[in-house]
Design a protein around this ligand. Structure first.
Ligand code: ADP
Length: 678
């Protein structure tokens, strides 16, 4: 029997990693010991290694079932580049190619074979499986077997049968990033896992900088453009809510010189495929996409993900934002939002009739659940506490309970997170301050001021009453401010009892409060071309004598503010400082690269790009950003130092070592001379 030491050696030899990450080692051990297992790990945690390493050590074949057909080629390319023989069979191949892949696997010339679940039913594949010794069956995205999840795939239901049909039962290892208990139970049951070893690893992604920015809709595109321009060399994804927005923003970005494409389900398959390829191959830097983008993306060097709108749930946000920084290097996840986004989301939700097969009651239950999820998302936008911690609490993870102010019982449950505006506000100032601060989210770097706006809120509500719910928010603000506009006077609105009652409050503040009142259900804003402000279900509370209402004002440190200030057209008054400093990443304790390292990094990156073009594979498959960074640090000029670089295995050394070491040597001698001359 192989033991865990062999696994460690294989990890170094093929992947160039010095140690397993949390969770990996025990899962590998379980598989090698012949035990079924279930790995629940977030995206980027390194699930693949858990079956790829055993695959290199086990006698027979490892079959990997994955729904992501578009990813298989990249995965196989990556394995072959690491020196592990692998192949795939799927619908993108013709019959001959499929036969070739199967023959190769049957003869033991592939250690790993990727297949889509639909394949398991094909007679030819069944026949192959009867004749081939299969040691391990790995089920990726295992939550697709559960009807509770969003990604249910009927074809996953056939996996259990397939396993039972095999002459010799292989070890079965299932992997997912979905954390809920229900889904987990389904996986064990539906796949027929046999007393599985279950590993659940941390959902925190410490290399991600989480950032929440409240920004008016009209300022958002400009913000994104500035950001993308400042990070021209970085890969980024921008998520928008609608197809139209993706196209408009991609256009805006292209106009200012950012290399960007849009991606959404309305584009034809070819155009989508091209956009995805170009992004993966670093030919374009930015994809502006709807949530249709990302499932089939394994690109490890995405340096930022910007949400142009608030997503519908924390799960969705965590999944989409989590596509940043899979290589473990610092990356940034920015969420742009405003109160009217909330109003729009709520409206979409109310209109959603979802599945036609549902009865009225069922549909309402589904909507109620979606509302709950949305409320938690809104809480994320409004919280003044640590954003990392907010998410972890949502996923029900053990966190520092004393600091988080939760009882142990509560901390274990995802449901226990307070929802809705007021609960989260309570968490605000007090608790936001008493935690130590992760230094890696905008809230932990900012200070907050809570402003009592009860009077403003009451006046707005009174004004809506005065005008009989017959005007939009612009007019209401004008009336309250006592505007002398012709239109207003002509309509006699200056005779309203509330006319001029907020003359000393800036219009932006009035609008802010009005929008927040709408998203909290005190008011509601109608649809259509001329949206009007009506009363919401909680309107009556605003006239109660103990009605109290607050908004939050954020004071972001200069380092964080710079980019936004520029985006909203204000002049940034400081001396030019480095990009890293301005976007707060350095402050977050992220990158420590000096200018010289940066220059070498660029050179190594250029070499990576040319090699990728030569071999026709994505650059990140040659080496990840993390590996290049480590190369800058170690500056290897001999084989053993090169092997010590994180992510360099034996096969990579043989393939690329000479060329990368040449660049390092050339650079070091040049900078050495300059130092002497200087
Ligand atoms: P997942 O499937 O869980 O989303 P991947 O398997 O794609 O994650 O791994 C994410 C990244 O982490 C990959 O670039 C992978 O090479 C890297 N990685 C995995 N395990 C380790 C490890 N033990 N040490 C260093 N890097 C690792």
């Amino acid at each position: 029997m192989v033991d865990i030491e062999d696994a460690g050696l294989a990890l170094k030899r093929y992947f160039g990693y010095g140690a397993f990450r949390p969770g990996q080692e025990d899962l590998v051990k379980a598989v090698l010991g012949g035990r079924d297992c279930l790995g629940v790990m977030p995206t980027g945690a390194g699930k693949s290694i858990c079956y790829q390493i055993p695959a290199t050590l086990l006698d027979g074949l490892t079959i990997v079932i994955s729904p992501l057909v578009s990813l298989m080629k990249d995965q196989v390319d990556g394995l072959e580049d690491a020196g592990i023989q692998a192949s795939f069979v799927n619908s993108t191949q013709d019959m001959d190619e499929q036969a070739l892949s199967l023959a190769q696997a049957a003869q033991g010339r592939s250690k790993i074979l990727y297949v889509a679940p639909e394949r398991l039913d094909a007679p030819r594949f069944r026949d192959f499986a009867q004749r081939t010794r299969i040691s391990l069956l790995a089920v990726d995205e295992a939550h697709c077997v559960s009807q509770w999840g969003q990604d249910f795939r009927p074809s996953y239901l056939g996996i259990g049968d397939f396993i039972r049909s095999l002459p010799e039962r292989p070890v079965v290892a299932a992997f997912t990033a979905t954390a809920t208990e229900k889904v987990r139970r389904d996986i064990v049951y539906m796949l027929g896992l046999n007393d599985p070893y279950v590993a659940v690893t941390g959902f925190d992604r410490p290399n991600l900088f989480f950032d929440v920015i409240k920004l008016e809709t009209k300022d958002k595109n400009r913000w994104v453009a500035r950001y993308a321009l400042k990070h021209q060399d970085d890969s980024g994804i921008v998520y928008c809510a609608t197809r139209k927005e993706t196209e408009a923003l991609a256009d805006d970005l292209t106009k200012v010189g950012v290399s960007a494409v849009s991606y959404h389900a309305g584009m034809d398959a070819q155009a989508r495929e091209r956009a995805q390829r170009d992004f993966v191959n670093d030919k374009v830097q930015v994809v502006v996409a709807t949530n249709a983008f990302g499932m089939g993306i394994d690109k490890s060097n995405v340096r930022y993900v910007i949400h142009h709108n608030m997503p519908e749930s924390i799960e969705a946000y965590y999944q989409e934002a989590g596509r940043a920084g899979r290589d473990g290097e610092p990356a940034r996840c920015s969420l742009l939002w405003n109160e009217s986004d909330i109003v729009t989301r709520r409206r979409l939700l109310d209109m959603d009739n979802g599945n036609e097969r549902l009865t009225g009651d069922q549909a309402e239950a589904v909507r109620a659940e979606h509302r709950r999820l949305l409320n938690v998302m809104i809480g994320y936008c409004r919280t003044t506490g640590c954003l990392h911690r907010y998410m972890l609490r949502y996923f029900g993870e053990e966190v520092d309970q004393a600091a988080a102010g939760l009882s142990p019982a509560e901390a274990g449950k995802g449901e226990s997170i307070p929802v809705g505006h007021h609960d989260m506000n309570k968490e605000g100032k007090g608790e936001g301050d008493d935690h130590v601060g992760c230094r890696n989210c905008s809230n932990c770097l900012s200070t907050f001021e809570t402003i009592d706006v009860s009077e403003v809120a009451r006046a707005i509500s009174r004004c809506v009453h005065d005008v009989n719910q017959g005007f939009g928010s612009g007019k209401i603000a004008q009336i309250l401010r006592g505007s002398r506009s012709q239109d207003l006077l002509r309509r006699g609105l200056d005779r309203c009892p509330s006319y001029g009652s907020l003359s000393d409050i800036p219009e932006a503040r009035i609008r802010d409060v009005l929008n927040q009142l709408a998203s909290d259900g005190y008011l509601s804003i109608t649809e259509g071309r001329l949206p009007m402000v009506h009363f919401g279900p909680k309107a009556a509370q605003t006239v109660s004598p103990d009605f109290h209402y607050e908004i939050k004002r954020v004071e972001r440190p200069r380092a964080l503010v710079a980019v936004e200030d520029q985006a909203s057209g204000k002049v940034y008054g400081g001396a030019a400082s480095s990009v890293a400093e301005e976007d707060g990443l350095d402050q977050a304790g992220a990158s420590e690269a000096g200018p010289e390292d940066e220059e070498l990094f660029q050179k190594l990156r250029d070499l990576r790009t040319s090699i990728a073009r030569e071999i026709g594979k994505p650059p990140y498959i040659v080496f990840s950003d993390k590996t290049l960074r480590d190369m800058c640090r170690l500056r290897p000029t001999d084989d053993s130092t090169f092997l010590a670089v994180n992510g360099v295995g034996q096969h990579k050394l043989e393939q690329y070592g000479t060329r990368f070491m040449e660049v390092v040597a050339g650079f070091s001698s040049k900078s050495g001379t300059e130092a002497q001359e200087g």
